[in-house]
Design a protein. Sequence first.
Length: 323
Amino acid sequence: MADHPAVKNVVERIDKDEIGGAADTAIEVIEALDQLVTDSSAEDTAALVAEIDAAVLSLMKVMPSLAPPINALHQFVGAMERAEAAGASLGEMKEALHTAAGTFYKWAEKALRRVAQIGAEKIKDGDTVFMYSMSSTVWRIFKQAKADGKSFSVIVTESRPANEGLWTVTEMAEAGIPVSVGIDAGIGELIPASDLVMIGADVIASNGYALCKMGSYASALVAKAHGVPFYIAADTLKFDTSTLLGLPYRQYKVHREEVLDDSYPAEAKVVGNLFDETPPELITAIITEKGLLHPAAAYTVLQEMQPSEKLTAMLPAWSRGEL
């Protein structure tokens, strides 16, 4: 049932980059797999395992370097592996997978709520916070700070080419948080006028580097040059176990049609990726559910995780785009 409607829908949404953020992608992935298990007509555990394997493969074929959905898959597939090794019946395996999904939902919500609480403590009355692009995790921090009674404002830039920064403008306006928007090239002026920077991340690597929307690295450089604290909000689901294997990121490229239309010369190429790496020395701290972490702590956090054997075996081919 790799073609299960819920799985197909998430595959299409990931492929078209229609999901709001990495954490949201993880939740949608697990919801789809949970629904597959519910709807499966498999007659034995081997058939159910084959259905899940096929669904995971279809998801991974379109998955960029987003640690949360991949880590969520590690948890779900790991539960399947443990049930299989224990000789679980079909009913027992389904129950184990539903339990794994439920545990994931509860953990994710608790972790994000804790990140919001810790992050909100870094915002003071009267602060101007610069945010690059969009991040549902950072949005939670801002909404928590407002709920705590703090008065502050947000500056965001467009985050071209898809203009995800404008999602932040809409989200802040709906939350009643004062928001201003500038152009990406204006970060050299806007960040020094801010009290702190907060951005989201798609991956925290074992060496402390953070993979974020293109423009985040430049924002961190400007913040460092002007002594503005630079925080990354990321629960530990965004810490990427595949980086322990030394695998390269699987990047989204900027497409020509996102920058140039047909009126421009055909020989003019559009280059670059949609994500960049911010080095650990530019990061003040990573805001996690465990507290404020120095980027150097990433390796320790990753050592505590338990990756799935099947998914780990799949990652080298995935990272090379060979699935």
